[in-house]
Design a protein around this ligand. Structure first.
Ligand code: SF4
Length: 696
């Protein structure tokens, strides 16, 4: 049975959930999104773990997870809990359990919540390929349930909460063989454990469905929400809160971008009651990132709840299948800079990669200096190309500055086509000046005038981008109706053209629901013009906020398969154009739309970690980040590392103090390599598999 999208994709509200108490902290229901993190110290080093937990709590972390790989670690949790209480730190603790049901039972005595992974709680995980018939399946499931029941009973007696936390890549052999390593397998695996919990009358359950691939995480959480709604329709409880996160996101900007794409997209759809941003850095640094993502979404949820808009039916879904990524089909539109060589023609839409454009404001008063600054900024980023420059042309005086600027760009070797954003009155005067006109289309658009404009663009040989206006924000029902009406006006005006050199963008405060509505209405009309995703900065946003906001909004749409180009503003002067361009490409890579650099999957580290992950990741990155399209995992331990590195091509995994195992895919090809030799052996492995290129 095909499940519907969980919630309203065009006017999302927070998913209603029960409240689950974790010590003094209530999560779910109307509570704020709770921020959590995990310690990276050795759990048996009680002093270090207490100190790090205290730092996390002081930074605003509301729930702290600590790994308990053995019974002795679980016992240490008792000392940690007691010492924290002695110091007046009441932050709830969560024991992280993999493979050791006995440790879970001990941990439940000391901490407020226990996290188990259904893939390895009591099931096998040996990457064994084997068919299970129904009888074998049921026997295995009954055995797992028997191991699980004592923990549930003890948690119930002690008032502990439980997280059923499934991870992509660490499903049990049993589930993997039936469902594959898929979002469906992740959900089925979690629901098996929910069945046992409900059978024991235990309902203080929180779910997670993490993956290092934001697309997989988004699909799995959506599918879980839809499956739980289906259970609710059958009279079973389905309102369990979600812990949302992207695992092994890595470090630095890429880690933040991936987290914002995955977590931000899910929260935007109302899914998520507690979040953890996993970075390969000091865990304290995760807290402000998580808080920034959470607080922005909470204000949107409040806004949506207050207004509860009725969005007009667009007549078609916004995607074919919300549980599987497929890029929206579109026609391709070509554009080129003035006097560009044929090799510099840029196709947008169709099979072309999702393009990266920059909005640089008004045409510069000093074209030579501006072109020089852009050339300099782009020259420092030779691996990426600016594929369009967007200018805001307010009046005729600004229009007159376009030609000298275009000529200066050509002199400085900047080959990006120009797109001019201007009024419909001004556009016909812009003949020959640019590759594209960007013209606003509002609710009261005059269709006769729009048609004339479309014909003028066609006669001038330029592409036309309809910038659809209509707020479509949750506090504005008429905004959604205006947007639908703007789509129809633009479609009518474009229909008469013989050459369909038309694109669509949306000027909306809430781009995700707005663009989905536009994509759905265009689908209903049979209109496949490419869509440009334009990000607008919020006033006064810091660089980190800008990165998180752009990643959440653009990433959510890209993961939905919507978007043929992204356009980011250049902030802080044209000399920073390279930074804005790099952010655009990093978002495209994070959303798995366009690969420019090596993809790094690195775990955040925890008490199991066998080497300095932050330093090792930085060292390996420095040597391998030029390998376009190669995925390298750097994982702290062999207990979870090989499973959770999911779809990496090569793996570097701690296998003991001072030694690592090297992997090709999931196959361990070199064991216990001394760490001093491991970087060179990894590079040698990449070379032997034909994936190495020398850095320029
Ligand atoms: S892979 Fe990393 S974060 Fe996960 S359990 Fe191992 S060391 Fe901890």
């Amino acid at each position: 049975m095909k499940l519907a999208f969980p919630g309203d994709p065009f006017a999302p509200l927070r998913r209603p959930t029960r409240v689950v108490r974790v010590g003094d902290v209530a999560l779910g229901g109307d509570n704020p999104i709770r921020i959590q993190s995990m310690t990276t110290t050795d759990t048996q080093d009680v002093a270090a773990t207490v100190a790090q937990t205290e730092r996390l709590a002081a930074a605003g972390c509301e729930i702290v997870r600590i790994t308990a790989p053995s019974v002795r670690d679980a016992e240490a949790l008792g000392e940690i809990r007691a010492e924290l209480f002695r110091r007046g730190v009441r932050v709830p603790l969560v024991a992280d359990i993999h493979f050791t049901p006995n440790a879970a039972l001990v941990a439940a005595e000391h901490v407020e919540k226990v996290r188990i992974n259904p893939g390895n709680f009591a099931d096998k995980k040996k990457f064994e390929v084997r068919e299970y018939d129904d009888a074998q399946w049921d026997d295995e499931l009954a055995r797992v349930a028997d191991r699980f029941r004592p923990l549930l009973r003890r948690c119930k007696e002690l008032g502990r909460a439980l997280r059923i936390g499934t991870n992509h890549g660490s499903l049990s052999d049993r589930v993997m063989n039936r469902y594959g390593d898929t979002p469906r397998g992740m959900v089925e695996s979690a629901l098996e454990f929910l069945d046992v919990s409900e059978d024991e009358g235990f309902h203080d359950v929180v779910f997670s469905m993490k993956s290092s691939n934001p697309q997989v995480a988004i699909q799995a959480y959506r599918l879980l929400a839809a499956s739980l709604s289906e259970r609710a329709r059958q009279g079973k409880p389905g309102d369990y809160p979600f812990h949302v996160g992207v695992t092994e996101a890595g470090d630095g900007e890429d880690g933040r971008i991936k987290s914002a794409i995955g977590i931000g997209s899910l929260l935007a759809d109302g899914l998520g009651d507690t979040i953890r941003v996993s970075l390969t850095e000091d865990p304290v640094k995760e807290v402000p990132v998580a808080r920034a993502i959470a607080r922005r979404v909470e204000s949107r949820w409040a806004d949506a709840e207050r207004s509860r808009v009725a969005v007009p039916d667009p007549g078609a879904p916004f995607v074919d299948d919300p549980y599987e990524h497929a890029r929206r089909a579109s026609e391709s539109v070509a554009s080129a800079a003035i006097d560009a060589k044929p090799s510099h023609v840029i196709e947008i839409g169709g099979d072309a990669p999702v393009r990266a454009e920059l909005s640089i404001g008004a045409p510069p008063v000093d074209p030579e200096a501006a072109a020089w600054r852009l050339a300099d900024a782009f020259g420092a980023r030779r691996e990426i190309a600016c594929e369009g420059l967007r200018l805001d042309v307010a009046d005729e005086a600004a229009l007159e500055r376009v030609q000298p600027f275009a000529e200066a760009l050509a002199r400085h070797g900047v080959a990006a086509p120009l797109a001019l954003r201007m009024s419909s009155e001004l556009a016909p005067h812009a003949k020959d000046l640019a590759a594209r006109w960007i013209v606003p289309v509002a609710l009261d658009a005059d269709e006769v005038m729009l048609s004339a404009l479309a014909r003028a663009a066609e006669a001038a040989g330029v592409a036309l981008e309809w910038s659809l206006a209509g707020a479509a924000k949750p506090s504005d029902s008429t905004g959604a109706a205006a947007l639908v009406s703007a789509v129809e006006s633009a479609w009518e005006a474009s229909r008469a053209l013989t050459l369909r050199r038309v694109l669509v963008s949306v000027a909306a405060e809430r781009p995700v629901p707005a663009l989905r509505l536009v994509a759905a209405r265009m689908r209903a009309l049979g209109w496949s013009a490419p869509i440009v995703l334009v990000h607008r900065s919020e006033d006064g946003a810091s660089d980190e906020s800008e990165l998180l906001h752009a990643s959440s909004d653009l990433g959510a749409l890209l993961c939905d398969g919507i978007g043929d180009a992204v356009a980011l503003p250049v902030r802080g002067g044209l000399e920073r154009a390279g930074d804005a361009l790099a952010l655009a490409y990093r978002i495209l890579q994070g959303a798995r739309q366009r690969t420019t650099w090596t993809e790094f999957i690195s775990c955040p580290s925890c008490g199991r970690t066998l080497f300095d992950l932050e330093e090792t990741t930085a060292r390996i990155k420095a040597q391998t980040q030029h390998l376009k399209g190669v995925k390298i995992a750097i994982m702290g331990c062999i207990v979870n590392g090989p499973g959770e590195m999911a779809d990496a091509d090569f793996g570097y995994v701690g296998s003991g103090p001072g030694v690592v195992n090297l992997y090709v895919g999931h196959e361990c090809v070199e064991r216990h390599v001394p760490q001093a030799q491991a970087d060179a052996r990894l590079i040698d492995l990449i070379r032997r598999h034909g994936r190495w290129v020398e850095p320029e």
